[in-house]
Design a protein around this ligand. Structure first.
Ligand code: ADP
Ligand code: MG
Length: 237
């Protein structure tokens, strides 16, 4: 589904991405991990069109999305959440989800037809709060709304940047189950960034480990944790 090849990005003097490559198949949950500053969010920004890579390519299915902006990437089927929550805070919970659904209806009516907004709100325990401004929700509810809104886009690729940050253990367990349900119900490719390694190991089929802008290892979860470079990065922290 997704193929990222040799993407590089420099900010001033900082080389945030150095020829980073990864792929993610439909129905797969890929964990993207690595220390702070490794380049994980920058890579997700490059995939979702939030920033333009200096070099390299991003392809989704048979489309070349390299250098396209966020709207074009969303229309192509890439949905994401942000490390720092970004919602339309003055719009109601339901309106946040509806805005995404309208975008989907315009460009991918088949995917839009399979989405039931009431059901989505109920699944993410947002039905009781559907008509209040999104900015008034608790932190945990805002996190759930970000995911519900991303799903209303009918994505073929879902990018979750630190979705478990700030959640307690039982909330992250519920979140892991919800992400597995997304794979089952939507059949999309899913990339999850998180620092909670228990959460990541439990959830992901494959891992991609970054350090200093490079992908230093990728493969099956068990194999990656045997890789000496990965051990060095995590023990050295
Ligand atoms: P991670 O998500 O793995 O913690 P980031 O992708 O956020 O890492 O950051 C990678 C590197 O790029 C860091 O050194 C960070 O300071 C730098 N960086 C990220 N975004 C910007 C930006 N907009 N301007 C300048 N430097 C940035
Ligand atoms: Mg980050």
């Amino acid at each position: 589904m997704l193929s990222v090849e040799a993407v590089s990005k420099t900010f001033g003097g900082v080389q945030a991405l150095r020829r980073a490559s990864l792929s993610c198949a439909t129905g797969e949950i890929l964990g993207l991990i690595g220390p702070n500053g490794a380049g994980k969010s920058t890579l997700v920004n490059a995939i979702s069109g939030v920033l333009r890579p200096d070099a390299g390519s991003v392809r989704l299915a048979d489309r070349d999305l390299t250098g396209q902006g966020p709207e074009e990437c969303a229309r192509a089927g890439i949905a994401r959440t942000f490390q720092n929550i970004r919602l339309f805070k003055e719009l109601t919970v339901r309106q946040n989800v509806e805005v995404a659904h309208i975008t989907c209806r315009d460009v991918r009516p088949d995917a839009a037809g399979r989405i039931d907004i009431d059901r989505l709100l109920a699944q993410y325990e947002l039905d009781a709060a559907a008509d209040v401004p999104a900015g008034t929700l608790s932190y945990g509810s805002q996190r759930r709304l970000e995911i519900a809104r991303a799903l209303a886009l009918g994505p073929s690729l879902l990018l979750l940047d630190e979705p478990a940050a700030g959640l307690n253990e039982s909330e992250s367990e519920t979140l892991a189950e919800a992400i597995e349900a997304i794979r089952r119900d939507f059949g999309c490719a899913i990339i999850v960034i998180d620092h909670d390694l228990r959460f990541i190991n439990r959830l992901c089929d494959r891992l991609c480990v970054m350090d200093q802008g490079q992908v230093i290892a990728s493969g099956g979860t068990a194999d990656v944790w045997r890789d000496p470079r990965v051990i060095e990065v995590y023990v050295g922290q």
